[in-house]
Design a protein around this ligand. Structure first.
Ligand code: GLA
Length: 399
């Protein structure tokens, strides 16, 4: 990836890039719509990346080119004009957030390449934000060879600080996302899923390779979720409404994270039935996530799979963020011998499913999906078998 990108950078900017800032996409195994409820999530990074080739500029300007959009933009650092195209707003808002928070940041020429499908539910935006942030930090330091961790240490910050900064940029674009995506993209570990406590902002790596036979298969429904931001923000509001009711009856409740299933049962009648259903999903999903983590650690994929299926049903029926195509992909996967579990992953209304299965089930799963899904939907699914990739990093040219 990098060699070809180097040549394209030179062709565009007539100079050598100093390095590359790379960040993976992510898939969430379980714990959906729990992050903004202070709850638990279990994502992992996928083997798809955004790579930003960078060259520092001394004039405080950012010039960025996106291969995906086939577009170039230019703006002064720290100024984020609202007229920018969508992809460039991520770049500009990350730069602005760095400036506002007093981080070191420098003008730069940026060449953006990515094989994370855009709008495909694998957090292409968090991946872009983290990769751009790394490139701007590296451009500011102008000390070749510094790793991302060293650059952060120089600035007196952590990877989690950077995740919060990227989240701020995402909020400014429009989706009031939780912290899961940016956190795992910056803190995930190769070969591991990451159990994130979204209240304490701590991540615990959970090994995936303990069970040699386990495979994670991500299937892109090819349904895009353009309207999802509104529905997402609406779900957040509904969760807030539920919290207000529980807090009137239970001391110390500040988020749905603090509500146990039996408490939901006790107070569900005090709220609008729709709000109660949304809360039920979150409360039970938090429990399922913790059960799944224990099962994964204990080498019990059958229980993990059961939790995943229950998660999907809850997202479909209670939280109502699935769609016909995702339901169908899950149904097809569940019919394949050797599949432990399958569910929609990410915000919903399209994007991907994630399936946990035995290695020998990968081919039969691929065949079943290719046979049945296009026939029913007219869409070509994309099947990605992926290990858990490492976190965002900076690589210099000379290395
Ligand atoms: C999107 C958001 C995340 C998370 C998921 C749902 O991916 O960016 O913060 O809320 O939806 O779990």
């Amino acid at each position: 990836m990098i060699e070809g990108q180097r040549a394209d950078f030179v062709a565009r900017f007539a100079t050598e890039p100093h390095g590359f800032s790379m960040a993976p996409g992510r898939v969430n195994l379980i714990g959906e719509h729990t992050d903004y409820n202070d709850g638990f999530v279990l994502p992992m990074n996928v083997q798809r990346h955004t790579s930003v080739a960078f060259h520092p500029r001394g004039d405080g300007t950012v010039r960025a080119f996106s291969e995906h959009a086939r577009q170039a933009v230019e703006f002064p650092l720290g100024d984020a004009p609202e007229s920018l195209p969508a992809w460039a707003r991520y770049v500009a808002y990350v730069a602005a957030a760095l400036a506002e928070a007093g981080w070191p940041h420098g003008g730069a020429d940026l060449h953006i390449r990515s094989d994370v499908p855009v709008g495909g539910g694998l957090s292409s935006s968090a991946s872009l934000e983290a990769a751009v942030a790394g490139a701007l930090l590296a451009s500011a330091g102008r000390v070749p060879g510094r790793t991302l961790d060293q650059l952060l240490r120089d600035a007196g910050r952590t990877r989690t600080d950077l995740a919060l900064l990227c989240q701020k940029a995402e909020h400014r674009v429009g989706a009031l996302c939780g912290i899961m995506d940016q956190f795992v993209v910056l803190n995930g570990r190769e070969g591991h899923a990451l159990l994130i406590d979204c209240r304490r902002l701590r991540g615990k790596p959970v090994p995936l390779d303990g069970t040699q036979d386990l495979a994670v298969v991500v299937i892109n429904s090819r349904v895009h979720h353009d309207l999802a931001a509104n529905a997402y923000n609406e779900r957040r509001r509904q969760c807030g409404e539920a919290v207000r009711v529980f807090a009137q009856h239970i001391a110390g409740v500040t988020a749905l994270r603090d509500v146990a299933a039996w408490q939901w049962e006790e107070f569900r009648d005090r709220m609008d039935p729709l709000v109660a259903r949304r809360a039920q999903h979150v409360v039970t999903e938090n429990e399922r996530t913790q059960i799944a983590v224990e099962a994964l650690r204990a080498g019990d994929p059958v229980t993990v799979g059961r939790c995943m299926v229950a998660s999907h049903e809850s997202l479909r029926d209670l939280y109502e963020v699935s769609c016909r195509e995702l339901d169908l992909l899950v149904e097809i996967a569940r019919g394949v011998p050797g599949v432990y579990g399958s569910r929609m992953t990410g915000g919903g209304f399209g994007g991907c499913t994630v399936t946990l299965c035995r290695r020998e089930a990968i081919e039969p799963l691929r065949q079943a999906v290719m046979r049945e899904y296009p026939k029913a939907t007219g869409l070509e699914p994309d099947v990605l078998v992926t290990g858990a990739a490492g976190p965002a990093r900076v690589q210099w040219q000379a290395e």
